[in-house]
Structures are given as C-alpha cells and as structure tokens.
Write a new protein. Structure first.
Length: 73
C-alpha cells in the first residue's frame, strides 16, 4: 500500500481516491499543453507548480511529481 502524494492517506496508486481527480486533470491537461505549447512533461509540471491560477492541490501534486521524478504515463 502506498501513500497519497498530497495528503499521505493510504492509497493503491500515486494519490488517494479524494485526490484522484486532481491527478486525472493533470494527465488530461498535459495532452492539451503539449499540443498547444510543445512542452515536455517536466516543463509542464514545472509550469503547473508555479501557476498561481492553478488550484493549490494541482500545484502541490505537480511539484511532488516533479521532485520524485514521476514520468508521464
């Protein structure tokens, strides 16, 4: 059993059930950003983690994924 990257609840994946929508949105958003801006996965996560218009959970999860070197699926 893993721990959620955001809240450290027990989880079967990178994030708990409560934060899975954030993770899903990050993954779906990457395809749009990659197409529009030609960003790499790490550049995308970096931009998200610093984007003041992104939600706090999105910024936090993007930062954690970047720190841990989590690659695009």
């Amino acid at each position: 059993m893993n721990k959620c990257l955001i809240c450290e609840r027990k989880s079967e994946s990178l994030v708990c059930e409560q934060h899975s929508k954030v993770y899903k949105n990050i993954l779906e958003g990457y395809e749009l950003w990659k197409k529009a801006k030609g960003l790499s996965w790490n550049d995308y996560l970096s931009e998200l983690s610093e984007n003041r218009y992104a939600g706090a959970w999105v910024r936090l999860l993007a930062k954690k994924m970047l720190e841990l070197g989590i690659r695009a699926p």
